[in-house]
Design a protein around this ligand. Structure first.
Ligand code: ADP
Ligand code: ASP
Ligand code: MG
Length: 413
């Protein structure tokens, strides 16, 4: 008998028909003898609808009331799924985050889980019930409702799996696993049998929204076996695991991530003197604007150009700050561009393979794509390019790195 946490995302519970199908699937697992804790998202589109409602009243909604509102989507699906299970003669009980006592900090809209009391759920499981928990929500120490950020139901599932010591956490979604890149963008994308926590964390952080970043962090930290599967068809899915010694020969690149969330700002002709980077980025940081990629040109005539990226939503705020700094420093100009994207290669194999960057730049050159910025870490290389080239770039890199075809002897399959 295994204890399994299964999470079903928005498209998997998009309407009553799908909820009934999830109930059939759960019943089959339950009849095989597994103990099931189920986490559900809101019906697809529902969280967006609630967010729009909030914005129709307040342009910056009150954070506490925002969480009270957006957490309601999941309360609908837990009740409907339990009804579908009970109709099938299966004992089931729903829980909101607060009812489970999923304790979070009080950072509304992006709360972090601190503690979970699994007691009530374990007694239900022992009594033969299926337990259905609302994803994405918790409560702070004062009993206020909090939410965990977009895609947060993944994190609820992984955190519950860790707290209950589950044998596996299964994330059911609308694709049958983690692919080499978003299968909705590249037709030839290939499903991976396995990927390491480290690679999955980079992929998620660099834009592959198949799993919430925090869910992967949590799974890695508590070593929760995590699998991504389709709720529409049977299959092995993708297992996210620790790096194993026999995987040293794994392919160099696990996958390609991309995002269109960033904008680029350049301050042109600033004095090339010590402290200038701090004079520019200090005020940006003080305004709580997160900076991602940074490039400073080699100075020529005693001045230099300083370029960095921020989230697109914060471009206007950052630009206003830069204009002020430009006046103070006597810089020539401030340029902003929100029609950029970031494309990244991810793979633990990069540690032991030289020449990955050169091969990446060659593939982009052959597609006539100009690279505007480059950043690397041990297991990733990212480039900033014009947004209009995003699909071309991802496709070219996908074939340049032989990701379309299964490599024989590939440990990931
Ligand atoms: P859910 O509502 O079930 O949480 P999401 O929309 O959050 O589903 O995540 C699934 C989506 O993630 C897929 O439909 C796919 O378009 C996207 N995605 C992005 N990158 C990848 C990838 N590398 N592998 C699989 N899916 C990906
Ligand atoms: N319903 C929430 C969202 O759409 C949480 C989730 O689906 O994971 O972001
Ligand atoms: Mg999701």
């Amino acid at each position: 008998m295994a204890l399994i946490v299964q999470k079903f995302g928005g498209t998997s519970v998009a309407n009553v028909g799908r909820i009934e199908a999830v109930a059939d699937r759960l019943l089959a697992c339950h009849e095989r003898g597994d103990q099931l804790v189920v986490v559900v998202s809101a019906m697809s589109g529902e969280t967006n609808r609630l967010i729009e409602l909030a914005h129709s009243i307040q342009s910056t909604p009150d954070p506490r009331e925002f969480d009270v509102l957006v957490s309601t989507g999941e309360q609908v699906t837990i009740a409907l799924l339990c009804m579908a299970l009970i109709k099938r003669g299966c004992a089931a009980r729903s829980y909101t985050g607060a009812q489970v006592r999923i304790l979070t900090d009080n950072a509304y809209n992006k709360a972090r889980i601190q503690e979970i009391d699994g007691g009530a759920l374990l007694s239900d499981l022992d009594a033969g019930r299926i337990v259905v928990v609302a994803g994405f929500q918790g409560m702070d120490v004062d009993g206020n409702i909090t939410t965990l950020g977009r895609g947060g139901s993944d994190t609820t599932a992984v955190a519950l799996a860790a707290a209950l010591g589950a044998d596996e956490c299964q994330i059911f979604t609308d694709v049958d696993g983690v692919y080499t890149t978003d299968p909705r963008v590249v037709n030839g994308a290939r499903r991976l049998d396995r990927i390491t926590f480290e690679e999955m964390l980079e992929m998620a952080s660099l834009g592959s929204k198949v799993l919430q970043i925090r869910a992967v962090e949590f799974a890695g930290k508590y070593n929760v076996p995590l699998r991504v599967l389709s709720s529409f068809e049977d299959g092995p899915g993708t297992l996210i695991t620790r790096e194993e010694p026999d995987q040293m020969e794994a392919p160099t690149i696990a996958g390609i991530a991309f995002n269109r969330d960033e904008a680029k700002l350049t301050i042109v002709g600033v004095p090339d003197t010590p402290g200038v980077a701090y004079q520019i980025l200090g005020p940006i940081g003080e305004a709580n604007v997160e900076v991602d990629v940074i490039v400073q040109n080699v100075g020529a005539d005693g001045t230099t150009d300083f370029t960095f990226t921020v989230h697109r939503n914060e471009m206007a705020k950052a630009e206003a700050i830069l204009q002020r700094i430009a006046a103070e420093l006597g810089a020539r100009q401030v340029i902003s561009d929100d029609r950029i994207c970031k494309v990244s290669l991810v793979g633990v194999g990069m540690r032991s393979h030289a020449g990955v960057a050169a091969k990446m730049f060659k593939a982009l050159a052959e597609s006539n794509i100009n690279i505007q910025m480059i950043t690397t870490s041990e297991i990733k290389i990212s480039v900033v390019i014009a947004e209009k080239f995003i699909e071309l770039a991802v496709r070219s890199l996908h074939s340049a790195f032989d990701l379309d075809e299964p490599v024989s002897g590939d440990a990931r399959g």
